[in-house]
Design a protein around this ligand. Structure first.
Ligand code: CO
Length: 209
């Protein structure tokens, strides 16, 4: 039987290290969580939410999937958003993409990947609506990276279009939706400046009253 003993060893060391700095850390956390942030990121192993922004357990509520997508019919993602906004009352939702995202790259290729094609198709649709801008770039890497940025912007809009976020705004709950992108090459985050904080900042078509 394989038991991954190395992972249990490093877990004990990790817990000990935290307890050394704050003996009541886990005890206090076990009573409640009150994170200020919901992180919607890519599943990519190189983009771990808490580490990137230097946050401890208890500080970030996290949802990750391939290419950090927020799809209107994805009950998993929508449930996370609803819980974060309505129960935890997070103040910030951060969509964080990353340059060189494999999911985004796959959308620009024609390789059949199986079940995942259905997921990636959402990014293909996005590519088609920005095709001229993306195709004007010569370099393949630049095309992928531009689509990575556009994908974040799109997912920020998708979050703002949910009834969950609009209900919060309609009831004067403080809530900002941010779009960031991370560079795996240097570990640095960039703000894409699409922070949205109220109903009048989103398209009229999507406003719900
Ligand atoms: Co990715």
């Amino acid at each position: 039987m394989r038991v991954l003993k190395n992972l249990f060893d490093s877990n004990r060391k990790w817990a000990e290290k935290i307890r050394k700095e704050d003996p009541d850390f886990f005890l206090n956390l076990s009573k409640q969580q009150s994170p200020e942030y919901l992180w919607v990121g890519c599943s990519d192993s190189r983009v771990p939410a808490n580490e990137i922004i230097g946050k401890l357990p208890g500080e970030v509520f996290v949802h990750r999937n391939i290419a950090n997508l927020v799809i209107h019919t994805d009950l998993n993602c929508l449930s996370v958003i609803q819980y974060a906004v309505e129960v935890l009352k997070v103040k910030h939702i951060i969509v964080c993409g990353h340059y060189g995202c494999g999911g985004v790259q796959a959308a620009l290729e024609n390789k059949a990947l199986g079940l995942m094609d259905n997921w990636i198709r959402n990014i293909k649709d996005l590519y088609l609506s920005h095709q001229a801008e993306i195709d004007s770039l010569q370099n393949e890497k630049d095309k992928i990276n531009l689509l990575c940025e556009l994908n974040v912007v799109e997912q920020v809009a998708n979050i703002c279009h949910t009834a969950i976020v609009q209900n919060a705004w309609n009831s004067e709950q403080e809530l900002s939706v941010h779009g960031w992108i991370y560079s795996i090459e240097d570990g640095i985050l960039k703000d894409l400046n699409v922070c949205t904080t109220s109903l009048d900042e989103i398209s009229r078509t999507h406003r719900l009253k």
